[in-house]
Write a protein that binds this ligand. Structure first.
Ligand code: TXA
Ligand code: MG
Length: 383
């Protein structure tokens, strides 16, 4: 948080970072690892550099970008000089920065170009913890705008190979930092409301439980504790639902090229309907898929101990590929593997992906937020 440059390990890394920094200053986008997902970065304060992000991704221009900083000083450059950072933000930054938390701050077009904010009066800012991301931003010595490094509508990349497969030929440089530890995007929080509560616009790597715990610990003795409100679960915002500033609301998201079916094993079926058996679900799927001929290949994205993978793959006459989401008791592993699982199964050439529901607790909330957007249909299974 002090803004120290993380030490990079060797001269190859140092050279790659210098080259990436030069590419950024030449107004070309660069893909780089963060702890959440890979980002497609460009100079945030240069509108023509930032515009390359939109053209490379095919991103609609009304969807604002997150600005990444490597120090508190860099954050201040984005804010009005007279602005006092609210105490609740100081608490959140102390606990979660650097990390997977994005905060909205008031800004104006003299400070942050309107191409970044999509003409909102706020800018979304985060300080990533990944050493390569922080080193790149501090070597470039400039705030870096970065959405996920995928074509708009596709799952977010969590490995350099995912970026290469998707954006090869469209970008000059990818920094390879291995697999992302968090695996899905940052939590976007708006704490600027008059009621003092935090609004989670997009659930992500920092969980609602983490936020609530920190508020309790820091504010428990001194009167009222702000609430953490999750969009659609705890509050609705009609106006916002019409705009893309509610992340992921307006546009298609996270879809691999093959269809994804959400297998509900936790939530109750819609009122008036009954759960179906695994067998009759498969009879239905087989019927739909084999109309084009050939043997059916189905990818299963399921926890290792749920029984779904075991029950499905016991059915013969289908080629099954199981990508494990880890133990059901640890949703952080499911979160870390979701996008890699969707992209890996897609790449493996399956006809269909069946993905298992998890409880919407801890990282499971963000996991289900992404999976619901990736899935076309849902089926309620009697296990
Ligand atoms: O983890 C992450 O956040 C990754 C890595 C690369 O940092 N970035 C990322 O960016 O997920 P992107 O563009 O895929 O998602 C940013 C989301 C968008 O859905 C956008 O609607 C929201 O943040 N956002 C950005 N600026 C906003 C603003 N001023 N008000 C409300 N929402 C905003
Ligand atoms: Mg994205």
């Amino acid at each position: 948080f002090s803004g120290d440059v993380p030490k990079v390990s060797n001269s190859d890394t140092e050279d790659a970072l210098q080259q990436a920094s030069r590419t950024l200053h030449n107004k070309q986008p660069v893909a780089f690892p963060t702890e959440t997902v890979y980002g497609l970065g460009a100079l945030a304060l240069d509108p023509s550099a930032a515009s390359r992000i939109f053209s490379t991704k095919g991103r609609p221009p009304d969807n604002p970008l997150i600005v990444h900083v490597s120090s508190h000083t860099m954050l201040r450059r984005l804010l009005p000089t007279t602005y006092t950072i609210p105490p609740i933000y100081e608490i959140l930054m102390k606990h979660f920065w650097p990390g997977a938390l994005t905060l909205l701050f008031p800004t104006d077009p003299s400070l942050v170009p309107s191409i970044i904010t999509a003409n909102q009066p706020t800018v979304a800012v985060r300080m990533p913890s990944h050493p390569v991301a922080r080193a790149l931003i501090s070597i470039a010595d400039a705030p870096i705008a970065a959405p996920s490094a995928n074509s708009s509508g596709k799952p977010s990349p969590t490995r350099a190979e995912h970026v290469l497969r998707d954006l090869d030929g469209k970008i000059q440089l990818i920094l390879d930092g291995g697999a992302c530890g968090v695996g899905l995007e940052s939590t976007v929080v708006d704490g600027l409301n008059e009621d003092g509560n935090l609004r989670v616009l997009r659930p992500g790597g920092v969980t609602v439980e983490d936020l609530e715990r920190v508020l309790r610990v820091e504010l428990g003795e001194n009167g009222p504790i702000p609430r953490v409100l999750v969009h659609k679960r705890d509050y609705k915002d009609e106006a916002m639902e019409q705009t893309p500033t509610t992340p992921g609301m307006k546009y298609k998201h996270y879809s691999p090229t093959v269809p994804v079916i959400l297998a509900c094993t936790v939530s109750p079926p819609p009122h008036g309907t009954e759960p179906t058996t695994v067998q009759s679900f498969l009879d239905d799927v087989k019927h739909r898929q084999t109309s084009n001929g050939g043997s059916l290949k189905i990818g299963i994205l399921a926890t290792s101990d749920s029984g779904l993978a075991a029950q499905l793959s016991a059915v013969e006459g289908i080629e099954w590929t199981h990508y494990s989401l880890g133990p059901v008791a640890d949703p952080s592993i499911a979160a870390q593997r979701l996008f890699d699982g969707l992209l890996t199964l897609d790449q493996a050439g399956v006809d269909l992906i069946v993905a298992e529901e998890v409880r919407e607790e801890r990282e499971g909330l963000a996991f289900m937020n992404r999976l619901r957007k990736a899935a076309g249909d849902s089926v309620w299974l009697r296990m």
